[in-house]
Design a protein around this ligand. Sequence first.
Ligand code: HEC
Length: 123
Amino acid sequence: MNKHVLLFLSLCILPTTNLHADDGAFVGDAMRGKVIFENTCAYCHKLGEEKSTVGATSLNGVGQRRSDTWLDNWVKSPSDFAKVNVEAKRMTIGDDVIIIMPTLPQMQDDHKRLDVITYIKTL
Ligand code: HEC
């Protein structure tokens, strides 16, 4: 095998052995996201049909209801997003709102946010 063939083959293998996508973009990981969810979100959000004691709804099926961009904006800062998005506004200042999701310091980290969103989309 000449060295050009070898170089070609190694380029084919590299992207699949790398956790990151070809362009170096960060890829969300549902297992890391699950840990973040349990530590940061589960106090308010129960899974399945169970409603939490603090009043937040289950996140089951949220990946079907919301786009990735919507989720990213909301999880980063519900109150900032509420200024520009009707649905977010309804969930933060509506008449029936009894608890507001806070802007969480942990969720200002783009990678952690992508991990947790990757996880909640599996629910
Ligand atoms: C202090 C309580 C609290 C915490 C902590 C919290 N949330 Fe929320 N979250 C809410 C409330 C209240 C809403 C408004 C809608 C509702 O009642 O579920 C909401 C709404 C959402 C929605 C939109 C649901 C929909 O139906 O469109 C998503 C997505 C969400 N939260 C994700 C998260 C994630 C991810 C975390 C952890 C990083 C988190 N939340 C932490 C209280 C909380």
